[in-house]
Design a protein around this ligand. Structure first.
Ligand SMILES: C[S@@+](CC[C@H](N)C(=O)[O-])C[C@H]1O[C@@H](n2cnc3c(N)ncnc32)[C@H](O)[C@@H]1O
Length: 923
């Protein structure tokens, strides 16, 4: 085993940590020597040759000497001898350390064991002489057996540690309850309470779910059962695959440990273990799950146990060992039980993760902090560079590295690994862009398999920092060999303390909270999502630079929605339901209008329809007057031909209910009726054909008095009619008829205003309104298309707006014959065919349904960069059944005279580059 712990023989990648945590090796020197025992990085150049007969002098380079002189030895033998030598030397140093009686006591006894072993060997050698060799195989078997015992003891040791912990916890708990009891009652003494509360365990209890907390020790794995060992060995091989790396091996090791633990529990006290019947003991299984709950293990860890064990049971079920005495069905119960437990626990774990996320959210860096970090780093870095050029100090060097890393990480959010593994070569091989910038590609980082190199585009100044940092190496290095890493330490390696230096400069910049490369990465990724949108192309390209999977980031990073985002989300929900079910929006009924109340703040309308109950809105006096005008004249005219009126307050000219009250009111207010007086010019006055027929006829001939009356008391949308006193005061005698005429003119203006400015009558801009005709045909009467060939240059014909349109307005449909995609492709080429989803609308010629009208959806031209229309599919019901309709919406407010354009969604490279010569596709 490459990284096997010298004390327990298990494999570990973080050996130093393992020695400290699992074996409690506190003496740093001792730990260092034990690590050396594994990596064997010991300089033995000056040692004497270990080959007994060799008389090579001490001091010759041993490795070279070995290579050249001992050709009689195989390579394997040479390595073995050198390894033994190193081991002896290291054990010698351990012995020397022990002899120095170190203040931090030593834990390992390898040097002592070795010495004892040598003694024994000597004795054996003496006793058995030449027979010794025969004993070698025996001894090897003995060693293997002992190693097994060591492993078992280690398992036992770990378990007893857990036991110890739980015992301590139980004791503390008991102490607390004893204290409480003694406070509450003077009758029972502490001793009684303790005695009474001590957990009672017996062999029968073990399988039950009712396990007293912290009193159960998981029994050891039955090592003596060959079947189980083989089974685990095979399972291990399967899990590791053909080329396991150290990390995978570590993970598999942990998995096996959990499974062994489980098997130990299940098999305790059972017979016929090789038959694996014990795996189907439901009572015990439940007991084990109970144990996981009670032993104080974190939920996430115990979930690992459950998942690993379940996976193992599936493996046993699918590839049963020969000795197995269980049917395929037998393990189903256990599997189902574990599955249900895992499902339940997953919920807890997710809740836990959410609360961790919530905590992280609270401390996440803000955009301002990241900006401030870069601003200050930009000032500090040049100063530190010039300081280091004159006078080298390590503290300035670490600061410089901290600032450079902070600057780059706050922009790109790269992981620590990207920085500390960045090499001089990668910097020197950066691609020089034509804008004097440099593209750096870093190969060694955590997700390079999935994403390739991590990238950063640096400007000249930033790139210069890295070059200068590299140049500083010669001044700072304490060894002759220079580090090949940009963020270097003084002993020719990489700077593994970069996080520490990042934190140092972070607090120097007086920035809030704890920082590390992950917190910066989280913040950067969150801002990318928030700024550019969850599924935006920008976010994806940023994620590629950062080398992260957005789905992963969404799961693990702190990216919960802010209130603002949730608000926008709600709006989207509301909007998404607008077209499908407009009835869910607040509806204003006629009786709501009739029951409106007028107070000092204006008129209040309270909505009563079931979907809108409780909604209220307030109108100014002027709005109230306009709506009164709408109600009495515009709406009355629209609905007068209906046999049954549905009581909806807002209707369009076809008496179709309109529900987007707020949008319409907003429009009304925006156009100026919320206070600003607007008197329409004569050209804006509607002709009688567009206005309702029952509207009062405007005065045809005005007598002298009337002309003068209008001069003195001009009519406007919101002005009040003159009172009798004012009329008489101004010298008008016929107050009543003049007053009536004045009111009629104002009514006309108001009606005209409503027709012009509000969606209620002039525009029925809702896709649903297209259903009113026998066929989908919809376009705004105010539009005209420029039919003169040549007027539009190369474009041919096009369409312009002849009335202003607001963002969101329906403009027209793409009118034509609906056919299948396949049929569309079969037909002769035409520029008037619209393919969308699985369908195609053929508008090559005028349609059969409206042969007299040249509909203009098909004449809309393309713009990729400045489209103002957007097509959207609606499924509408027509008299002859449901049918999809393509509707163009205004993407923005559109002025009169603007050409209407939409993005065809085709580029020059689409369809195998069919349009590569069509420059207009790019425009
Ligand atoms: C659906 S038609 C649009 C109406 C067309 N201009 C006409 O005269 O009938 C599509 C065709 O219009 C032309 N076209 C559309 N947008 C254009 C643009 N921005 N520049 C030049 N030609 C354009 C292309 O020839 C395209 O195949």
């Amino acid at each position: 085993m490459e990284n096997a712990c010298p004390l327990c023989n298990r494999e570990y990648t973080a050996l130093n940590q393992h020695l400290r945590v699992s074996h409690l090796v506190k003496n740093i020197e001792e730990r260092g020597k034990l690590v050396l025992l594994v990596n064997r990085r010991l300089n033995i150049g000056s040692e004497a040759c270990p080959v007994q007969s060799c008389d090579a002098q001490k001091g010759t380079r041993l490795d070279r000497h070995f290579k050249r002189s001992h050709t009689e030895l195989s390579d394997g033998a040479k390595t073995q001898m050198l390894d033994n030598l190193k081991r002896r030397l290291i054990l010698g140093t351990l012995g020397a350390l022990r002899a120095s009686n170190p203040s931090v006591p030593m834990v390992s006894t390898l040097d002592l064991d070795e010495a004892a072993g040598l003694e024994e060997e000597k004795e054996v050698e003496e006793e058995e002489g030449e027979e010794g060799e025969c004993q070698v195989t025996k001894l090897k078997a003995e060693v293997a057996k002992l190693k097994n015992q060591v492993r078992e003891l280690n398992d036992g040791f770990e378990l007893s540690q857990a036991y110890n912990r739980n015992l301590k916890r139980a004791y503390a708990k008991l102490k607390r309850s004893a204290l409480k009891a003694s406070k509450n009652s003077v009758i029972f003494g502490t001793a009684d309470v303790l005695e009474y509360s001590l957990p009672q365990t017996s062999a029968e209890d073990e399988g039950s779910t009712d396990i007293p907390s912290g009193t159960i020790l998981c029994p050891p794995f039955p090592d003596h059962i060959l079947t189980l060992n083989t089974l685990l060995e095979e399972y291990k091989e399967l899990q590791e695959g053909p080329h396991p790396d150290a990390k995978l091996r570590n993970n598999v090791q942990s998995k096996l440990h959990r499974i062994r633990n489980f098997l130990g529990w299940m098999s305790k006290g059972q017979s016929g273990l090789a038959k694996l019947k014990f795996l189907n003991d439901q009572k015990r299984l439940k007991g084990w799950v109970g144990y996981l709950v009670d032993c104080g293990m974190a939920r996430t860890t115990s979930l690992h146990y459950l998942k690993n064990v379940r996976q193992f049971l599936v493996y046993v079920k699918e590839t049963p060992p020969k000795t197995l005495c269980l049917g395929q069905k037998d393990l189903v119960m256990s599997d189902r039980y574990l599955k249900s437990v895992i499902k339940g626990w997953n919920r807890h774990v997710v809740q836990h993760q959410m609360s961790v996320k919530g905590r992280k959210d609270a401390i996440m860096h803000t955009v301002e902090e990241l900006q401030k970090c870069r601003r200050l780093a930009l000032l500090a870095i040049p100063k530190l560079l010039s300081k280091l050029e004159h006078l080298h100090t390590n503290s300035s060097l670490w600061k410089l590295q901290g600032y450079v890393a902070a600057y780059l990480a706050s922009l790109y959010g790269h992981r620590l690994g990207v920085f500390i593994n960045m090499t001089d070569l990668e910097v020197s091989e950066a691609v020089h862009g034509d804008k004097d910038d440099y593209l750096l590609k870093m190969t060694h980082h955590k997700t390079n398999e999935a994403f390739g190199t991590a990238k950063m585009l640096l400007n000249k100044e930033e790139y210069g920092w890295l070059l200068k940092l590299i140049a500083l190496k010669t001044k700072c290095a304490s060894t002759t060999k220079l580090s090949r890493f940009v963020f270097f330490n003084t002993t020719s390696g990489r700077n593994r303390n970069l996080t520490k230096y990042l934190q140092m400069v972070w607090s120097e910049m007086h920035l809030r909270g704890d920082v590390n490369f992950i917190t910066l990465r989280t913040a950067v990724a969150t801002f990318a999502r928030d700024k550019h949108g969850e599924d935006s192309v920008q976010r994806k390209s940023m994620a590629r630079l950062m080398c992260h999977d957005t789905a992963m980031a969404d799961k693990h990073y702190t990216m919960d929605l802010s209130v603002e985002q949730a608000r926008n989300g709600r709006l989207l929900f509301e909007q998404s339901q607008e077209t499908t079910n407009s009835r869910t929006r607040p509806q204003t009924e006629v009786h709501d209008w009739l029951q409106r109340t007028t107070g000092t703040d204006g008129t209040t309308i309270r909505l009563t329809s079931s979907k809108a109950a409780g909604h209220t809105f307030t109108l100014s006096q002027q709005e109230d007057e306009l709506l009164e005008c709408y109600f009495c004249h515009v709406r009355a005219e629209a609905t007068k031909r209906l046999t049954s009126e549905q009581g909806r307050f807002f209707v369009d000219c076809g008496a179709n209910p309109l529900t987007n009250l707020y949008a319409d009111l907003q429009r009304l207010r925006k156009k100026g009726c919320g206070g600003r007086d607007e008197t329409p010019s004569s050209s804006e006055t509607p002709s009688t054909s567009t206005g309702p027929a029952s509207l009062p006829t405007p005065p045809v001939s005005l007598g002298k008095q009337w002309d003068r009356f209008l001069e003195v008391f001009p009519v406007s949308l919101h002005s009040a009619p003159p009172s009798k006193r004012l009329c008489v005061g101004a010298g008008f005698t016929a107050h009543r008829p003049l007053y009536r005429k004045w009111r009629n003119v104002q009514l006309l203006e108001r009606t005209s205003y409503i027709l012009r400015c509000c969606a209620w009558m002039g525009r029925s801009s809702r896709p649903a309104n297209m259903q009113s005709g026998p066929y989908p045909l919809y376009f705004r009467a105010e539009l005209a298309w420029a039919s003169c060939p040549g007027l539009w240059g190369e474009k041919g014909k096009g369409v312009v707006a002849t009335c202003p349109m607001d963002k969101g307005d329906v403009v027209c449909d793409y009118h034509g014959t609906l056919i299948s995609q396949a049929e569309g492709r079969r037909r002769e080429d035409s520029i008037y065919r619209f393919f969308f989803q699985e369908l195609c609308i053929d508008a090559s010629s005028r349609c059969d349904c409206h042969p007299e009208v040249d509909t203009y959806g098909r004449f809309l031209n393309h713009s990729r960069k400045r489209p103002n229309l957007k097509p959207k599919r609606f499924d509408l019901t027509f008299p002859d059944g449901p049918r999809p309709v393509l509707v163009f919406f205004a993407m923005q407010n559109i002025k009169v005279g603007e050409e209407l354009l939409w993005d065809y969604g085709v580029t020059r490279t689409s369809f195998g580059g069919e349009g590569k010569d069509l420059a207009w596709l790019d425009m």
